[in-house]
Write a protein that binds this ligand. Structure first.
Ligand SMILES: Nc1ncnc2c1ncn2[C@@H]1O[C@H](COP(=O)(O)OP(=O)(O)OP(=O)(O)O)[C@@H](O)[C@H]1O
Length: 397
C-alpha cells in the first residue's frame, strides 16, 4: 500500500514544529521581555500579554519560547497552564505545583493557604519559573478578576516576605477584555506589554502548511498546489465575512484529514478531491478538546441535538422538546440515568454561551413560545462522529 505520512504526529495539535513561520517577531519580543529575568532570575517580575484570534499561534509560540527558556537557563523553568482546564485559582496553583514537582495537598486548604504553601516551597527549593496562563479569560469569567489579580500582584507578596521574584507571567487571551475587568492596582501592576497575533493571510498559511507538510508527509505525497488550495479557504480574505479565517489550526486539520483520506483510499498522493472532502468534514469553531471537557450528560444532550437536526434535514432549527426526546433515547442506549428537564436547560444555556449551538425563541404557533436550537457552522456528520467517539471512550463501551 502506498504511504503518505513520514511523521503523522507533526500534524497533531500538540506538536511543536521546528520552525514557526511568521511568528519569529513575536518569539523575539518574548525573549526580549524576559531577558532580564533569565539573566538574573529573581531580579524582576515581568508580565506579558499575548492576544489574537483562535489559531493565530499564541499557544505554540509561548511553548516554543518555553523550549528556549529551558535551553538558555538551567535555573528557570517554563510552566504552561490551561485555564480552560483550570478555572479556579486553587486549581491553577495545584497545576503549577505539579509541573514544578512540588507536592501541594489536593484538598482541605483554602486558596490563600495553598498559595502560601506554594511560595514557601518554591523559596525553599530556590526555584524560578515563567508561568503561561493560556485562555486566561476562563479564569476571570469563572472565578472573578480577583483570582488573576492575586497572581499579578504577587510582586508585593514577595517583597513583604523578603523573598526574590520567583515568577514571570505570560497571559494568553483572544483580546484584552479580561484586563478591563481587573481592579486598578492589578491593571497597573500588569503593565502594557502586549504582543499581538494577527490572523494569517493566505500566503502565510501556505508557508505554515509547507513547513508542516515537509515534516509530516513523504515528498511525493503532495503538490504545493494542494497546500495552496487549503490556504485559499483558511487564510484571511478581505471579501469574506467569515471570521474563522486566518486560523492555522483549521488549515492544519484540513491537511491532516486530506492526508488520512488519501491513505485510506490507497492513493499515492493527496488529490483535490481529498481536500474537498476534508474541508467538508472539518470542524471550524468547535475544538475537540473543548468537547471533551463538557460534562458527560451535556455531551449526550449535544449529541441528541445533532441527531435531531440530522433527522430534520429541511429545517435549520429543531425545538427543545425534540432534542429532549432524542436525549432520552440516547440515555437508554447508553444505559445512563437521564438528567432532569431543568438540568437540560442549564446544559443548553452553557452550550449556547460556549458557542456550540445557537438558540432563538419562536413566537409562532398555537402552543406559545418554544426555544429553537440550531448548529449553523459545523458539519453535523463530523460532530456526531467526534461526540460518539468521546462519549463511548468515556463510558468504556
Ligand atoms: N506560525 C506557525 N507555524 C506553524 N504552525 C503554527 C503556526 N501558528 C499556529 N500553528 C499551529 O496551528 C495550531 C493552532 O495554533 P495555536 O494553538 O498556537 O493557536 P492559538 O492562537 O493559541 O489558538 P487558541 O486561541 O484557539 O488557543 C497549532 O497546531 C499550531 O501548532
Amino acid at each position: 500500500m502506498p504511504r503518505i505520512f513520514r511523521n503523522e504526529a507533526a500534524l497533531t495539535p500538540e506538536y511543536i514544529p521546528g520552525k514557526l513561520p511568521h511568528r519569529e517577531e513575536q518569539l523575539k519580543q518574548l525573549e526580549t521581555y524576559f531577558s532580564g529575568f533569565l539573566e538574573e532570575p529573581g531580579s524582576m517580575y515581568p508580565k506579558v500579554v499575548l492576544i489574537g484570534r483562535p489559531g493565530s499561534g499564541k499557544t505554540v509560540t509561548s511553548r516554543k519560547f518555553g523550549n528556549y527558556v529551558i535551553k538558555s537557563s538551567n535555573r528557570v523553568r517554563y510552566v504552561h497552564v490551561s485555564c480552560f482546564l483550570n478555572r479556579t485559582l486553587s486549581s491553577v496553583l495545584k497545576d503549577v505545583g505539579v509541573q514544578l514537582n512540588i507536592a501541594i495537598p489536593k484538598r482541605g486548604f483554602s486558596t490563600e493557604e495553598l498559595l502560601k504553601m506554594l511560595l514557601d516551597m518554591i523559596k525553599e527549593k530556590d526555584a524560578y519559573a515563567i508561568v503561561a496562563l493560556d485562555d486566561v479569560f476562563h479564569l476571570v469569567n469563572n472565578s472573578g478578576p480577583h483570582a488573576l489579580g492575586t497572581l499579578i500582584r504577587l510582586g508585593e507578596e514577595y517583597v513583604s516576605r523578603g523573598d526574590r521574584y520567583r515568577f514571570g507571567l505570560i497571559l494568553i487571551s483572544q483580546d484584552l477584555t479580561f484586563r478591563d475587568q481587573l481592579d486598578r492596582s492589578s491593571q497597573s501592576a500588569l503593565g502594557n506589554a502586549v504582543i499581538k497575533f494577527e490572523p494569517y493571510t493566505k500566503d502565510q498559511i501556505f508557508e505554515i502548511l509547507l513547513t508542516r507538510a515537509q515534516e509530516a508527509l513523504l515528498d511525493g505525497a503532495y503538490d504545493e498546489e494542494i497546500l495552496e488550495m487549503i490556504a485559499d479557504v483558511a487564510g484571511i480574505d478581505e471579501n469574506s465575512m467569515d471570521d474563522h479565517r486566518g486560523d492555522a489550526r483549521y488549515a492544519i486539520d484540513i491537511l491532516w484529514r486530506a492526508s488520512k483520506l488519501a491513505e485510506m483510499k490507497g492513493s499515492e498522493r493527496i488529490l483535490p478531491e481529498h481536500v474537498r472532502e476534508a474541508i467538508k468534514n472539518t470542524l471550524r469553531g468547535i475544538r475537540s478538546d473543548e468537547l471533551r471537557m463538557l460534562p458527560l450528560h451535556e455531551k449526550i444532550f449535544l449529541l441528541a441535538i445533532v441527531k435531531s437536526l440530522t433527522k430534520n434535514p429541511n429545517s435549520p432549527y429543531i425545538p427543545f422538546g425534540l432534542a429532549e426526546d432524542e436525549y432520552q433515547v440516547l440515555c437508554e442506549q447508553y444505559g445512563e440515568e437521564p438528567r432532569k428537564h431543568t438540568q437540560l436547560w442549564e446544559y443548553l444555556k452553557d452550550l449556547n454561551t460556549k458557542g456550540f449551538v445557537e438558540t432563538r425563541t419562536s413566537s409562532k404557533g398555537m402552543r406559545g413560545r418554544t426555544t429553537l436550537i440550531s448548529i449553523p457552522s459545523e458539519p453535523l456528520v463530523t460532530l456526531e462522529e467526534e461526540l460518539r467517539k468521546i462519549i463511548e471512550g468515556e463510558l468504556g463501551t
